[in-house]
Design a protein around this ligand. Structure first.
Ligand code: BJW
Length: 247
C-alpha cells in the first residue's frame, strides 16, 4: 500500500524512550519505567537541582553509567532510521526526546536532541558545553572558567525550554511525512507536534508504538508492535514504495 502522496518528500521523525527500550534502556511511564521508581519532582526540575544537586547527579550518573555498558547498543529500529536517512531522496530529520546516543551510534546524522544529551554537561556560570563520560559531582570544576559546583547535566528539565525548538517547528511546517515512534505523547511541546504538522501541512502522520497512545486519533496511520519489528518493516515499505530499494 502506498500511503505517501506528498506535496513534500521531507520526513520528520519524533522518537521517544520506547525506541530504546529493546536496547535495554528504561522508558519513563511504562509500568517498570523510571517514574515508577523516582519522583520526577526530585530529579527532573531546575528546583530539584537547586535543592539537592547531589541527588540529581546520582540519578544522571547511574543512567550515564548504564549507557556506557557495552551491552547497550542501537537496535534494529535505530538502524532502520539511519538507513532511511541514507537512502531517502530528500531530508530525513530525527527529533529525539531521548538523551541517549543510540541514534548517532546507529549512523543517523540529521538529528536534534530536543531534551539534551546524557554524555554532555554544561557550566551554569560560563555556558561551556562539554563532553562528559564519567560521574559528575558537586565538587567538579568547570575546565573553562574553573567555577566549582557550576556544572549540570545537559538535559532539559520540566519548565525549561527544549533545544533547537525554532529549527524543529520550521522542519515540521515543511514536511510531507511525520512519524512518532515510541513516545507516550505526555510531554509538551513534543506531544503537540502532530497537531502542529496537521495545521501547517497535508503531511501523512504515522504513530508507531507498542500500543495506542492518548493522541492516536490524530494520526492518519497507526502501527502497533515492538519498534524493532514495526520500524524496519515500515522503512522497508517506504523505500520500496518510493522505488529506493537497491537492486
Ligand atoms: C514502545 C516500546 C517498544 C515502550 N516499541 N514503543 C500543562 C499542559 C501542557 C503543558 C504543560 C502543562 N504543565 C506543564 C507543561 C509543560 C511541560 C509538560 O509537558 N508537562 C506535562 C507533564 C504536562 N513541559 C515542559 O516543561 C517542557 N518545556 C516547555 O514546555 O517549555 C516551554 C515551551 C513553550 C513554547 C514552546 C516550547 C516550549 C520541557 C519538558 C522536559 C522533559 N524532560 C524529560 C526528562 C529530562 C530528560 C531525561 O532525564 O531523560 O524528558 S521528562 C521525560 O519525558 C523525558 C522524555 O524525553 C519525556 C518524554 O517521554 P517519552 O519518550 O514519551 O517516554 P514515555 O515513557 O512517556 O513513553 C514511552 C512510550 O514508548 C510508551 O508510549 C510505550 O508504549 C512505548 N514503548 N516499549 C515501541 N518496544
Amino acid at each position: 500500500m502506498n500511503t505517501f502522496a506528498p506535496s513534500s518528500q521531507k520526513i520528520v521523525i519524533l522518537t521517544g524512550a520506547g525506541i530504546s527500550k529493546e536496547s535495554g534502556l528504561d522508558t519513563f511511564r511504562c509500568a517498570d519505567g523510571i517514574w515508577a521508581r523516582v519522583r520526577l519532582e526530585d530529579v527532573a526540575t531546575p528546583e530539584a537541582f537547586c535543592r539537592n544537586p547531589a541527588l540529581v547527579h546520582q540519578f544522571y550518573n547511574a543512567r550515564r553509567g548504564a549507557l556506557t555498558d557495552p551491552a547497550i547498543v542501537p537496535n534494529a529500529a535505530h538502524l532502520a532510521l539511519a538507513r532511511l536517512e541514507r537512502e531517502w531522496p530528500d531530508d530525513v530529520l530525527i527529533v529525539t526526546q531521548n538523551i541517549d546516543d543510540l541514534h548517532e551510534r546507529a549512523g543517523s546524522r540529521n538529528l536534534i536532541h530536543m531534551h539534551g544529551e546524557l554524555k554532555k554537561v554544561r557550566c551554569q556560570r560560563c555556558g561551556a558545553l562539554l563532553d562528559w563520560f564519567e560521574d559528575l559531582t558537586t565538587g567538579d570544576a568547570c575546565p573553562s572558567c574553573r567555577g566549582e559546583g557550576q556544572l549540570r547535566p545537559h538535559v532539559v528539565w520540566f519548565g525549561e525550554m527544549p533545544l533547537e525548538i525554532e529549527r524543529i517547528y520550521a522542519a515540521l511546517e515543511q514536511c510531507g511525512m511525520f512519524l512518532s515512534i515510541g513516545t507516550s505523547g505526555n510531554v509538551y511541546p513534543a506531544a503537540g507536534f502532530v497537531r502542529h504538522v496537521r495545521s501547517f501541512t497535508d503531511a501523512h502522520a504515522v504513530e508507531l508504538n507498542l500500543e495506542p497512545t492518548a493522541g492516536a486519533s490524530l494520526f492518519a496511520e497507526t502501527i502497533y508492535g515492538p519498534a524493532t519489528v514495526s520500524v524496519p518493516s515500515f522503512v522497508d515499505r517506504l523505500l520500496a514504495d518510493a522505488g529506493c530499494v537497491r537492486g
